[in-house]
Design a protein. Structure first.
Length: 117
C-alpha cells in the first residue's frame, strides 16, 4: 500500500463536524451492497483508510473519499457514499473479472461473493 497523496482540504462550505470514522463506516456498508466484503478499515481524528481489495485502498477525511488505482486518482464526496461505493466496486472487480468470465471493467449486478484482499 502506498501512502496517500496529500490530504485534500474540506470542500467549500463543508461542515467541520465530518468524521472520517463515520464516513468509512458508511462506505463499508454501501460496498457490502455490491457484494464487496472482507474490507479492513481504521480511523484516526483526521483521516481513515479503507482497504477494499489488495489493489484498491481508499482514504477519507470525512469530507471526501479518494484513491489512486493504476496511476489514476479518483475522488468522491463523502456525503454520497453510495456513488463512491458503486464506482469503487467497479474498480475492484477487474482483478476478479477474468475469473468470472466477465470483461475487465464490466459492471454487473451486486453479487454475494468474497473478493480477494
Amino acid at each position: 500500500m502506498h501512502p496517500p497523496e496529500p490530504i485534500p482540504p474540506p470542500a467549500a462550505g463543508g461542515g467541520g463536524d465530518a468524521s472520517p470514522a463515520r464516513a468509512a463506516a458508511a462506505l463499508t456498508r454501501e460496498l457490502a451492497r455490491y457484494g464487496v466484503t472482507g474490507i479492513y478499515s481504521t480511523a484516526a481524528d483526521k483521516v481513515a483508510v479503507i482497504s477494499v481489495t489488495a489493489t484498491v485502498t481508499v482514504w477519507t477525511n470525512g469530507h471526501l473519499f479518494w484513491c489512486t488505482v493504476d496511476g489514476r486518482r479518483h475522488s468522491w464526496s463523502a456525503a454520497d457514499p453510495g456513488t463512491a461505493a458503486a464506482r469503487l466496486a467497479s474498480l475492484a472487480r477487474p482483478a476478479s473479472a477474468s475469473l468470472l468470465g466477465a470483461r475487465a471493467g464490466e459492471v454487473t449486478a451486486p453479487a454475494r461473493c468474497r473478493w480477494p484482499g
